[in-house]
Design a protein around this ligand. Structure first.
Ligand SMILES: C[S@@+](CC[C@H](N)C(=O)[O-])C[C@H]1O[C@@H](n2cnc3c(N)ncnc32)[C@H](O)[C@@H]1O
Length: 278
């Protein structure tokens, strides 16, 4: 395995050794939330689910080359956009919420980073946004709502600990996080189809998600249902997943002492490649 970048490598700027390390199937992290490595987490935590820029940076390094161009249609407080700035990539983020856009701007100012393009709007109308249509993207890297997980009140152990309140991303009916499970999947497909129209052929879609607790009616493995839904999109090929294990999350004694109830300290990172015919 070479310590050099293979001249045939058109995907990224990694050496063989770096490439191999980037293929580990579980990414285990415990990122600091303060100091320079916290990347202004104290501001970003106003969002219910901000992604650590360091984690996203690892994915950006694998799926793009330096100067690559990245789209995040569910940008939040800018985990993807910050990662792109740290890695010398350009990015466009879209989110419904003006207040998340403002937090992202404040984070950039604090970190002395030039802000990436941030559009406040509904990502179901991506194609009509001039900033999105300007130049084809190399990568779509995004973290959509987890169906209505955040919009629901928590029960059981979390409620007992006073952590039961719902934490919806926004109150908007356009927020995909306020939709029912199956409607969410249909609207997510719509966003991704619009985004693919702006992705270069052979570019990648990398999408974070997590599962909901099972019910008698459905397994609620959202990662599986998203994969099934998006595999139906013409040209989009599913290539596998990685797991992000976030060790900073609490372990709850769910179900104790009666029955198994799953904790979820991990998220799925689903990876697709866009291979349109012709
Ligand atoms: C899981 S969060 C993304 C968090 C982000 N990765 C970060 O680091 O902050 C999902 C985001 O999708 C946004 N969203 C939901 N529906 C949307 C829509 N129709 N158009 C644009 N953004 C939407 C929410 O406002 C929320 O910020």
């Amino acid at each position: 395995m070479s310590g050099e970048v293979d001249p045939r490598n058109r995907l990224n700027d990694l050496t063989g050794r770096e490439w191999t390390y980037a293929l580990r199937s579980v990414i285990t992290t415990r990122y600091p939330t303060s100091g320079p490595e916290g990347y202004a987490h104290d501001l970003r935590r106003a969002h219910p689910s901000p992604k650590p820029p360091q984690l996203i940076a690892e994915l950006v390094r694998f799926f793009t080359r330096r100067d690559g161009h990245v789209l995040d249609p569910f940008a939040g407080v800018g985990g993807t956009l910050l990662a792109c700035s740290l890695e010398g990539r350009t990015a466009v983020g879209v989110d419904l919420s003006p207040s998340y856009a403002e937090i992202y701007a404040a984070v950039c100012e604090r970190l002395a980073l030039a802000p990436q393009t941030y559009v406040v709007g509904d990502s179901r109308g991506l194609a009509g946004l001039p900033a999105v249509a300007a130049r084809p993207f190399d990568l779509i890297l995004t973290d959509p709502p987890y169906a209505a997980m955040q919009a629901r009140e928590k029960t059981g152990e979390r409620k007992k600990r006073g952590q039961g309140a719902a934490t919806p991303f926004t109150a908007s009916p356009d927020d995909l996080g306020n939709l029912g499970y199956w409607e969410f999947l249909g609207e997510l497909r719509r966003v991704i189809e619009g985004a693919l129209a702006c992705l270069r052929p052979r570019g990648h879609l990398v999408l974070f998600t997590k599962d909901l607790q099972p019910t008698p009616e459905h397994h609620n493995m959202l990662h599986a249902d998203i994969t099934t839904t998006l595999r139906e999109v013409p040209g989009l090929e599913y290539r596998g997943y990685r797991i992000w294990h976030d060790q900073s999350l609490n372990l709850y004694p769910f179900g104790y002492p009666f029955a198994f109830v799953a904790n979820q300290q991990h998220q799925f990172i689903l990876i697709f490649r866009y291979m349109p015919q012709g």
